[in-house]
Design a protein around this ligand. Sequence first.
Ligand code: DAT
Ligand code: MG
Length: 143
Amino acid sequence: MAVERTLSIIKPDAVAKNLIGQIYARFEAAGLRIVAARMLQLSEEQAGAFYAVHKERPFYKDLVTFMTSGPVMVQVLEGESAIQKNRDIMGATDPKKAAAGTLRHDFADSVDENAAHGSDGPETAAAEIEFFFGRDGICPRTR
Ligand code: DAT
Ligand code: MG
């Protein structure tokens, strides 16, 4: 077990449903600390670049349209096994397949609008954190 950092995004559907606080409460209850946070309206260029790995997928265009449909809340979560822990909190990509008690089961209606993003491994976590917060946009929690 190691302390990790991961990138989390509360997507436009969940921001619109006013769920930021409820989602933050789940991160905190799981022992994850928020060490950076920012609300922003993604441009098409930003959303396209963030999801560039999915460029050839049939849902790419709709994904970019959705991710730019309203503000997102972006945060860096830190804690023991933060990457997997956040994925567990989110649940399966398709809310219909997500377990009860996960964000996507409880708060999302479809795979197209599935409430949250979480990095899927150490390399993507590092790259995604840098994408939004640069190299020194993190506030270490030393207390
Ligand atoms: P995850 O967000 O669980 O890491 P992913 O990286 O495979 O899933 O896909 C990124 C996002 O793209 C996902 O959160 C929603 C969208 N997406 C994935 N598969 C899809 C599909 N079959 N139809 C529509 N949107 C999809
Ligand atoms: Mg993914």
